[in-house]
Design a protein around this ligand. Structure first.
Ligand code: FES
Length: 129
């Protein structure tokens, strides 16, 4: 059958989640840098047992976010102090929230830390500027 007009077919690519660490490799509140498909991420285990994954590079001038201190659910970049909410990636500023880095769904199963990461991080919407 031939159908004319705009295509309604959706082109989606399923990207399976990946294991990015073992939970026993993580210390609560201490970030761990992870590189997947040539992109840097940072992963944390929080005190309540949840895991968080955000982009590993600070939006200012590229500081390594995994090396930052965590307090009240935010990580502070070790280079110049920009802070990011670990749950959303938003930047926490004195005036409120601002666009930040991307945050990713992550969970623990059978001791593995899984994350839902893009197949090609550069091809995705860059997020809020
Ligand atoms: S590089 Fe992160 S605050 Fe400057």
């Amino acid at each position: 059958m031939h159908v004319s007009g705009p295509s309604t077919e959706r082109h989606t690519t399923f990207v399976p989640p990946v294991v990015i660490a073992r939970v026993d490799q993580l210390r609560a509140g201490v970030g761990r840098p992870v590189r997947v498909r040539f992109w840097d991420y940072a992963v944390w285990l929080l005190e309540d047992g949840t895991v968080r994954v955000i982009d590993g590079t600070c939006g200012h001038i590229g500081g390594p976010l995994a090396g930052g201190a965590v307090q009240d659910g935010c990580v502070t970049c070790p280079w110049h102090g920009w802070a990011y909410d670990l749950a959303t990636g938003e930047r926490a500023t004195a005036l409120g929230r601002a666009p930040g880095v991307r945050a990713y769904l992550a969970w623990v199963k059978d001791g593995d830390v899984w994350a839902d990461l893009p197949a090609d991080p550069l091809a995705r919407d860059p997020g809020p500027a």
